[in-house]
Design a protein around this ligand. Structure first.
Ligand code: ADP
Ligand code: X2W
Length: 271
């Protein structure tokens, strides 16, 4: 069967859909075992990968002697910085991940969020942040078509404004917006810590309410804030749980994942 562009593809009844955000903090350290685990994951889920790459962008900016400035965790993106962001996220980082998956016989397809109307964005504050966008609309057709055809989309967090300007979007925000729009059943954030920690101890299960209080008390800070905020905003009747997991181990082993699970409400019987 051939698929025309206008054919609606919105349901994937054979397997649930999972969106996996690979954090830039961990990208250089992801092991062969980690990438191997996608083979098991793909047996159970349709996988969509959204990746970050903040540290790789910062390294190239340093080499080019371009100053990097962040406001509230968002990179000020001048026209010069945007060039580096586009070549790093849409080029090197995206290509690195697709190569690792291809080596394992999988069928990754590198896509920029700015392609095919996938991530429509508006500029947040041109004066303060430059070309940084927030997601205004997700057009997930391209992802549905990829999944239907057996490809694993690997998405760089770039967007396009109405006027066609490419913008830099935080990867956690992009992953959550895509998960919501595509009707994913699960969203995973892969990062450099085992999950949400409180005094060094892993919180195995938590709720948006508890997260708000952890932020207020300063237990959650820095790069973990956009992650948990995106996670709680993505929760819905369909997307019942979001997990934050470490990239230092396989994603799934014996059908189990280890990390922090965020749900609207705790499962009965769990403290
Ligand atoms: N309560 C917390 N538990 C775990 N990590 C936290 C917490 N609060 C802040 N962090 C920080 O969040 C970081 C992960 O976010 P970030 O560096 O943005 O990663 P990524 O690039 O994977 O998105 C951790 O390395 C840690 O320094
Ligand atoms: C606007 C903004 O800050 N965009 C991020 C995009 C990459 C990202 O989010 O990567 P991590 O997942 O590694 O943090 C940046 O330029 O660093």
């Amino acid at each position: 069967m051939t698929m025309s562009k206008s054919m609606p593809v919105t349901e994937h009844k054979d397997k649930p859909v999972v969106v996996i955000k690979l954090g830039g903090s961990m990208l250089d350290q992801l092991t062969g075992d980690f990438y191997d685990s996608f083979k098991e994951l793909i047996d159970h889920y349709h996988c969509i990968i959204v990746h970050g790459g903040g540290p790789a962008i910062s390294r190239l900016l340093d080499r080019l002697r371009i100053e990097g400035v962040f406001y509230d965790g968002l990179r000020k993106t001048t026209a010069e910085t945007l060039e580096v962001v586009e070549m790093t996220l849409g080029g090197t980082v995206n290509g690195h991940i697709t190569s690792k998956l291809s080596e394992r016989g999988l069928l990754p397809l590198g896509i920029k969020g700015s392609d095919a109307g996938l991530l429509k964005a508006t500029i947040i504050d041109q004066e303060r942040l430059g070309y940084v966008g927030e997601v205004s609309h997700v057009q997930p057709d391209v992802i549905h078509h990829c999944l239907q055809a057996g490809y694993t989309p690997v998405i760089a967090p770039l967007g396009k404004t109405e006027s066609g300007q490419t913008v830099n979007i935080n990867a956690d925000v992009s992953a959550a917006a895509i998960a919501k729009a595509i009707g994913a059943e699960k969203l995973l954030f892969v990062t450099d810590v085992p999950g949400i920690l409180r005094q060094g101890e892993l919180i195995e299960e938590t709720t948006p309410e508890e997260i708000a209080s952890l932020i207020e008390r300063g237990w959650i800070y820095g790069g973990m804030i956009p992650k948990v905020q995106s996670a709680t905003q993505a929760l819905s009747e369909r997307l019942e749980e979001v997990m934050i997991v470490s990239g230092d181990r396989p994603l799934i082993k014996d059908q189990q994942m280890v990390g922090t699970t965020i749900r609207m409400k705790r499962k009965e019987g769990v403290e």
